[in-house]
Ligand binder design. Structure first.
Ligand SMILES: [Zn+2]
Length: 281
């Protein structure tokens, strides 16, 4: 079944007197959401006891927890020594994800740096192959690594690049971040056909099983010449994209994604709007 939830804690959560993420699953359940993404974007600071506590609450209240790995991961780092840190960020994030009782780890794969794009992509592929082998060795191959589409041209992660990376392992699936795709392409996502092109490509390249359980990030994002600038809320009517055309396709294809809303500040509020758009589609 399709799931909706926020990335992190919404302003409303705090306004209603809640202080700790341990309280989030119960609160999310009470307002009608069933997913929750915990971000280690700026570092893995969650301690084990709290992770277990959040995991217990999430199980009790039927909330699927996913984790966002640190932003510093870069599998196109030219140095084999430096890239060891990227493997460690993934493995350390998975250790916490396991305690949280979740199954999905979102990862930004790489940045181009000073390399040619094709060279950076080949290097990333090689490292993702190594990652796959290490995760199998460590018994982490039952988790889904959700490689994310990125919003800036200097980053590796167009939807076609990501879908190609996902062929490396049965446990690699895309995180389609439609705000990023729209920002990178200066507002190309408008009609149902614009979304369908991406979804159809994913089904064709990855097969139905993987495609149906894709991870989705959805928010409106301001963009400029160099792509993504900042996350907005669904109230924006300038930049887009709109969720309505995508919602129709998700329903038509019987997809069962986890849809995480990354709106600025009011992500749970906006996740509920996404859910109601889906229900009406
Ligand atoms: Zn991300």
């Amino acid at each position: 079944m399709i799931k909706f939830g926020p990335s992190g804690n919404c302003a409303t959560f705090y306004e209603q007197g809640h202080k700790r993420s341990v309280e989030a699953p119960k609160w999310l359940n009470s307002i009608g959401l069933n997913a929750y993404e915990y971000s280690f974007g700026r570092g893995i600071t969650l301690n084990d006891d709290t992770a277990i506590e959040i995991g217990n609450e999430a199980k009790k209240y039927n909330v699927e927890v996913s984790v966002h790995a640190p932003y510093y991961i870069n599998f196109a780092n030219p140095s084999d020594e430096m890239v060891e840190k990227s493997y460690m960020y993934v493995i350390n994030s998975l250790e916490k994800l396991k305690l949280l009782g979740g199954n999905r780890l979102v990862v930004h794969p790489a940045s181009c740096g000073k390399m040619e794009r094709s060279e950076a992509i080949n290097l990333t592929k090689k490292r993702l192959q190594v990652l796959k082998e290490r995760l199998e060795m460590l018994g982490y191959d039952n988790f889904l690594i959700c490689l994310e589409t990125m919003g800036k041209p200097a980053q590796i992660g167009t939807y076609k690049e990501i879908i190609d990376f996902c062929k490396i392992s049965p446990n690699f699936i895309p995180t389609l971040d439609f705000g990023h795709i729209n920002a990178l392409t200066h507002g190309s996502l408008k009609s149902e056909e614009d979304f369908r092109e991406i979804i159809d490509y994913m089904f064709k390249e990855l097969g139905e099983e993987k495609a149906k359980k894709v991870h989705i990030h959805f928010s409106k994002i301001e963009y400029g010449e160099k792509g993504e600038i900042r996350h907005l809320t669904l109230a924006d009517d300038v930049y887009g994209p709109n969720f309505e055309p995508l919602a129709k396709i998700l329903k038509e294809y019987n997809m069962e994604p986890v849809v995480i809303c990354e709106s600025n500040g009011i992500m749970a509020h906006d996740a509920l709007i996404l859910k109601s758009i889906y229900e009406k589609a």
